[in-house]
Design a binder for this molecule. Structure first.
Ligand code: FAD
Length: 510
């Protein structure tokens, strides 16, 4: 038997440090028996330094690795994220906007409110009829109070955070509390065994580092899985067209300016602009298709969106490539983060995928090399499924548009650009809406059926509803809608303003 005891993670961005933390925390008790986690990071190649919108899973991930939520707010300039507001995605007009909140619709596991909303509802948007969070965001409120314990919520939430500060924050915790060994060195060569496994990495500054399992977190370069093991990249640019991002950070007018507690995503003629509020600044960026618009025009649109505050600010251009590796775990090497693939950050799916991958590696850590291929096959099947589902979900935002004002939007609804699975689901959803008991719960889903409901009915998708389908639970539905009204008013009356709570957390702690 060849025991798996020495885990070598290459790359010290969000992917590397989150994976190190999750694996080290899970296997801390094995350190006496020689289980080690080493993270090797180049002192010369910077981390990507973007990626500021997260998913609520990050709360349980951070809690599991023992990070304090108060420290996260203090050291990573974090703010709360209660969902995303999509503006101008459906018709492109000024009043066109809907929320994808993070709370489930009222009574979701017992009752599907979609047919009741489609049958006339109570005149409000789908989101407002079933969930308080759109109103809470409109009011600029936080999702909890200063007395709500760390990581607990009154309204479900994730975070916005400063990506440049998050990796060093995790690094400190992993090295000081979880025993992760940190080596600052450039990998010059990947040394293979005869059977194709990685034996060691040869570094510039620290010589050879051997390992039993290597985790490739080297970013877009995919140094181990892509370059050394030759696993090809599978593009999905025929489905998702955006291939460039322009990012810019904007200071607030004053230190009491309100902070949005949701990501704002505003559609543009050839892409969309993200807008994320941190306590210290806003982070914005234009994600667009360079085959549909020039870089200069994209920058002009970004500056027009920001207004005079953009004057004199430098814009950073980042090339992005939508797609993923054909396989994620080969031999004794598994890729996590950008080394595994990338999809446009429309729904903050990258960091959550890192968390889920790290959790699966940690939980299914093969005891010996002999069983590693079995674990790898399971990991690959699950990860392929997740990437496929995310591609479908992102494309859903484009395919539901009624915009026809540019080639970008017209090209996006061409049937040959829509994956077969999504086409089938769209057909199905014409006659029955996605719901709690849908096929989605195959594995830990990145986007649950509720997310599909918010996007579909936020973008005016119509599912045919037979009157008989409504009769059975009409009273239950009325009750759920009334409960949501009460819940909404209770939260609006009791939650503090977003900046106010962040200031309190930074000063007094949770
Ligand atoms: P990186 O941060 O690139 O880290 C790579 C690491 O590998 C570095 O430490 C580097 O030093 C090391 N390395 C490279 N070569 C070597 C070598 N030869 N030897 C040793 N070490 C080496 N995700 C979200 O979830 N939400 C978002 O809102 C979001 N927005 C995004 C916006 C944009 C424009 C982009 C491009 C991405 C966005 N992402 C988002 C994705 C997110 O940024 C990444 O998934 C996340 O930061 C993880 O990056 P990483 O750690 O894989 O790679």
């Amino acid at each position: 038997m060849h025991p798996v005891r020495n885990i070598v993670i290459v790359g010290g961005g969000t992917a590397g440090w989150l994976t190190a933390g999750v694996i080290a925390a899970k296997h801390l008790s094995r350190s006496a028996a020689g289980f080690t986690v080493t993270l090797v990071e180049s002192p010369n190649t910077p981390i990507i330094g973007v990626g500021e919108g997260t998913w609520p899973t990050l709360r349980s991930t951070l809690a599991r690795i023992g990070v304090s939520e108060t420290d996260l707010f203090r050291e990573c300039d974090a703010s709360f994220k209660q969902g995303a507001k999509f503006a101008r995605w459906t018709t492109g007009t000024a009043d066109d906007a809907y929320y994808h909140p993070l709370m489930l619709p009222q009574g979701f596991s017992q009752l599907n409110l979609v047919p009741h909303w489609l049958a006339g509802g109570d005149g409000r948007s789908f989101c407002d009829m079933v969930c308080p969070q759109g109103r809470v965001c409109d009011d600029g409120l936080a999702p909890k109070t200063i007395t709500t314990p760390e990581y607990e919520a009154l309204a479900n939430y994730a975070y916005h955070l400063d990506a440049g500060k998050f990796a060093p924050f995790l690094q400190k915790h992993c090295c000081e509390k979880l025993g992760v060994r940190h080596v600052r060195a450039d990998v010059r060569e990947v040394l293979l065994k005869e059977d194709g496994d990685i034996r060691a990495i040869l570094t510039e500054q620290a010589g050879e580092i051997e390992g039993d399992l290597f985790v490739d977190c080297t970013g877009f370069r995919s140094l181990l899985l892509g370059e050394a093991l030759g696993v090809p990249f599978k593009s999905c640019s025929d489905v998702l067209f955006c291939d460039t991002a322009l990012a810019v950070q904007i200071p607030y007018d004053s230190e009491i300016s309100p902070i949005a507690s949701h990501t704002i995503s505003t559609a543009q003629p050839a892409g969309w602009i993200w807008d994320i509020g941190l306590p210290t600044r806003r982070g914005t960026g234009h994600v667009y298709s360079s085959s549909h618009i020039s870089d200069d025009e994209a920058e002009r649109q970004l500056r027009a969106y920001i207004g005079p505050a953009a004057d004199g600010l430098a814009v950073r251009k980042i090339g992005i490539r939508s797609g993923h590796r054909e396989t994620f775990w080969k031999g004794n090497c598994v890729a996590v983060g950008l080394a595994a693939g990338f999809l446009e950050p429309l729904e903050s799916s990258a960091i959550v995928l890192i968390e889920l991958s790290a959790k699966m590696i940690a939980e299914q850590m093969p005891v010996c090399r002999e069983v590693m291929d079995v674990v790898a096959a399971r990991f690959n099947a699950t990860t392929h499924y997740r990437w496929g589902r995310i591609i479908d979900f992102l494309k859903l935002h484009y395919v539901l548009t009624k915009r026809e004002d540019s080639d970008f939007w017209r090209d996006n609804v061409r049937p040959e650009t829509v994956p077969d699975r999504l086409q089938d689901l769209l057909l199905l959803w014409k006659y029955q809406s996605p719901w709690f008991h849908d096929e989605f719960d195959r594995v830990e889903e990145v986007f649950p059926p509720a997310s599909y409901q918010y996007v579909l009915y936020g973008m005016d998708f119509r599912t045919e509803v037979e009157p008989e389908a409504l009769a059975g639970d009409a009273r239950q539905a009325d009750r759920a809608v009334r409960e949501n009204i009460t819940h909404t008013e209770r939260l609006r009356a009791s939650l503090p303003r977003h900046r106010e709570l962040i200031n309190k957390i930074r000063t007094h702690g949770l």
